[in-house]
Write a protein of this length. Structure first.
Length: 63
């Protein structure tokens, strides 16, 4: 399991994660994105907030 927390104070950022791995003498890099698109993280001031609910695999309003 991998938990990634991303935040910004001032930008509208688009990003993806490249994870380097190794197992039993093999190595590689896997790109983690949002179904082929970059993730998006933007500043929160004045905007609604959301969290990804891993149990339902959906975004939900942050309370």
């Amino acid at each position: 399991m991998l938990l990634v927390t991303a935040g910004t104070r001032s930008c509208d950022c688009r990003w993806y994660l490249e994870l380097d791995w190794s197992s039993q003498g093999r190595r590689g890099t896997v790109r983690i994105d949002d179904r082929g698109r970059p993730f998006r993280t933007s500043a929160l001031e004045g905007l609604p907030r959301y969290l990804y609910d891993t149990s339902s695999r959906r975004w939900a309003p942050y309370r």
